[in-house]
Write a protein that binds this ligand. Sequence first.
Ligand SMILES: Cc1cc2nc3c(=O)[nH]c(=O)nc-3n(C[C@H](O)[C@H](O)[C@H](O)COP(=O)(O)O)c2cc1C
Length: 151
Amino acid sequence: MPLTRLVYFSTSKRPTDGSVAVQLKQILASSIKNNVHFAVTGGLVFNRNYFLQVLEGGRSNVTKVFSTISVDLRHDQIELVEVKDVRERLFAAWSMGFASTPELIKELWAKMDIQGEFNPKLLTGDQIVKLIFELVKKEEGFASSRKFSIA
Ligand SMILES: Cc1cc2nc3c(=O)[nH]c(=O)nc-3n(C[C@H](O)[C@H](O)[C@H](O)COP(=O)(O)O)c2cc1C
């Protein structure tokens, strides 16, 4: 079965009820439950205005999960960055690794040598995958696909 990696980013919408932290917890809880079921792995980065996400797994399962995500009202302006066959999973350690520490994002963004505020529109697919991977690895460590690292 072909292994596929899908990458997108989107603009997060302010929750109409409850806090951003509660909303993120709910998203992660659903993600981990469903992604385990669909054997999907990946990483999700939240940075104030943006979500950046990688989904990897069997092509039909990645399509199913992304179809659900794409109509989720908690974000909009979804921009598909890439969908491609890959030989192996980069995010094998995480059902949905998560990172949202502003300082870490700032640090990696500064290293990328791009002018202005953090903006995923300025990045290539490879740069986005690398950014998500580095952030998730730093914030989660390799062990935990189930740990919630948001306060
Ligand atoms: C930015 C973002 C990323 C999401 N990522 C996933 C994901 O990786 N897997 C998933 O099943 N749901 C994800 N969701 C949630 C789905 O859109 C949907 O709410 C959820 O799958 C519903 O599942 P449930 O009813 O079983 O909780 C995400 C939502 C948002 C806004």
